[in-house]
Each structure stands twice: as C-alpha cells, then as structure tokens.
Design a protein around this ligand. Structure first.
Ligand SMILES: Cc1cc2nc3c(=O)[nH]c(=O)nc-3n(C[C@H](O)[C@H](O)[C@H](O)COP(=O)(O)OP(=O)(O)OC[C@H]3O[C@@H](n4cnc5c(N)ncnc54)[C@H](O)[C@@H]3O)c2cc1C
Length: 284
C-alpha cells in the first residue's frame, strides 16, 4: 500500500490529488486485503482501472484507492467464451479475440480502459456495449465476499452496470466466430476513424457527458452552443470533439468542474436539455 500517492499519474486526464492509500493488487487476494484494510480502519474505498473515465478532485481521496492492472489481467478462451481479468486493457482484449477469430468485442479496440472499468461502466461504441457479451461477472463485495453474478442479475443500462459498491475481478464474455482478416479490417477502419476525431496529443477522459437520448448527442449540443474551444483555466473543450475536455497542461480538477458547470448552464439555457455526467467524480 502506497501512502499519499498523487492520483494524477493514474488518470488519463493527468489530474487528481493524492490517495490516502493506493493499493496496486497483484492478485484477487490482494484486492480482498485492501478492502479489509479499509473496513478495519473505517475508511472509504474506491476502484480505479486505467482512469480513463474519472475526474479525481484536487483534494484527492481520503481512503483506499484500489488500482486494477497487471496480475489481474487474465485472458483465456474456453470455446467461444473469453474469461478475462478486470485489469486487462480493453484494446488488448479486442485485439486478442479478433486475432483468434472471435467476434463480439472487436469494436471496443479504441476504448482506452480496463475490462473491469468497461463492465462497470457498460462501456461501448459503434452500436455495441459490454452488456451484450457479458454472461457473468465475478465481484468482491463490501463484506469481502467473492461471488459470481450472472448476466440476468446485472441491471445494465446506458453506460452503467448498476453493480453497486463492488470490485469487478473477472468477467465471462460470450463471443461468436468470425474470420480474423475480416475483424482486422473492421478494427483498422475504426482506429482510423478514432484517430481523426480524438485529441490524442492532449490528456482527456473521453466523453464528459452522457448522450441525452433523442437525435442530438451531447457533443452536438455543446458544439451548437458555440462552446468548442471554450476554456476555464487549463481545461478546454476540444476543437476536435465537443464532448471531450482536454487538459492543456496545467488543468486542475477545479478548472474541469468549472468548465462542466459552464457547459451545463449554457446548454440548458440555449437548448433546454439537461446534460448528465458520464465521467465519475472521485474525492473531495
Ligand atoms: C480517448 C478516450 C476515448 C474513449 N472512448 C470511449 C468509448 O468509445 N466508449 C466508452 O464507453 N467509453 C469511452 N471512454 C471512456 C473510458 O475509456 C471507458 O468508460 C472505460 O470503460 C473506463 O475504464 P477504466 O478502466 O479506465 O475505468 P476508470 O476510469 O478507472 O473508472 C471508471 C469507473 O469504473 C469504476 N471501476 C473501474 N474498474 C473497476 C473494477 N474493476 N471494479 C469496479 N469498479 C471499477 C471506477 O470506480 C469508476 O467509477 C473513452 C476514454 C478516452 C480517454
């Protein structure tokens, strides 16, 4: 357990204050130990994957942050079922399954999170989402119990698994068969599309707001309000993608929160639409 570790290093926004304790578990037993430690010390705990959809506040997190990564990145195929660890990066999952001729998660190639974060957030793109392929998740709950939760028991909704306060340790994904060449072609095309619309040269955290439903995405609404390029301190709305807010170098979480409020107010006033956050805000 590392004490007072700055979380900016562990988020794609490169923003965030310190965690009182940061656990870097090497196996599920370590995860259980971190949750038990938090319980024994009366501290809150939270989970981080690759930090690609979180804003950690400048005051940090006064508890235990459990960062899922190496050691928890199992990848195994049993027939057409992928058994994958929560710490496995989603692009690796997409590439490995495609290379071995399995279809179902190939379109996730450009989602820069972990399988655990993907399942927890019900991440998705290009008309596909994790909910369609997950058949079971293994979770560790607040009491420290490890249990298997079947697809039927997971109330997935748009960008949410609604799993509650648990650590996702592993997932089973049901895939189909397809030619590796065809899957590779799809991935090459999608990556090209992503490259053109993503500010890869600046730290960001993907979509800030959820799409509100209806004909216009959150990005379209923000763009319509003329907000592309708008800046609060070091945080700026990307000129490439209006729902992506970038860190121009010195942004604080306070800057991002001010930008979020400005966008919310402006979009509400001009279009009547109330935008809701997709990113998760952690800390104080
Ligand atoms: C450039 C860019 C493009 C993106 N494109 C997409 C896209 O196309 N589609 C999309 O859906 N998302 C997209 N995202 C957002 C993000 O990559 C996904 O939401 C991803 O699934 C988050 O995974 P993570 O491991 O980074 O989770 P984190 O950001 O670390 O965490 C997100 C949430 O999940 C929880 N969590 C993480 N791991 C676990 C676990 N093992 N158990 C329990 N809870 C956990 C955290 O507590 C937090 O609440 C994009 C982000 C970026 C930066």
């Amino acid at each position: 357990m590392i004490e007072n570790e700055l979380l900016a290093r562990y988020t794609t926004w490169r923003i965030g204050g310190p965690a009182r304790y940061l656990a870097l578990p090497a196996d599920p037993e370590d995860v259980a130990r971190a949750v038990a430690f938090a319980r024994e010390h009366g501290l809150p705990w939270t989970v981080l994957g690759l930090g690609s959809n979180v804003l950690v506040k400048d005051g940090g997190f006064a508890g235990v942050v459990i960062r899922m990564g190496k050691g928890l990145d199992r990848f195994e195929m049993k027939g057409a079922t992928a058994i994958v660890g929560a710490g496995l990066p989603i692009p690796l999952l997409a590439r490995r399954t495609a290379e071995t001729g399995f279809v179902g998660v190939e379109r996730f190639i450009g989602i820069p999170g972990t399988v655990g974060g993907g399942v927890y957030m019900n991440a998705g793109c290009h008309g596909a989402e994790f909910a369609e392929v997950v058949t079971e998740a293994t979770v560790l709950d607040q009491a420290g119990q490890v249990r298997a939760v079947s697809r039927k028991q997971i109330p997935f909704s748009y960008r949410a698994s609604n799993l509650g306060h648990v650590v996702v340790l592993e997932a089973k994904l049901s895939l189909g068969e397809e030619s590796p060449a065809k899957l590779k072609e799809i991935q090459t095309r999608l990556l090209r599309w992503r490259k053109a619309g993503t500010p890869f040269d600046q730290p960001c955290a993907g979509s800030t707001f959820r799409n509100p439903g209806g004909p216009r995405t959150a990005g379209m609404l923000i763009d319509e309000c003329g907000l592309k390029g708008h800046r609060e301190g070091g945080a700026q709305i990307s000129a490439l993608h209006a729902n992506y807010f970038v860190n121009t170098g010195s942004a604080t979480a306070g800057d991002v929160l001010r930008l979020i409020e400005h966008v919310r107010k402006t979009v509400r006033k001009r279009t009547g639409v109330e935008l809701a956050l997709e990113i998760k805000v952690i800390g104080t």
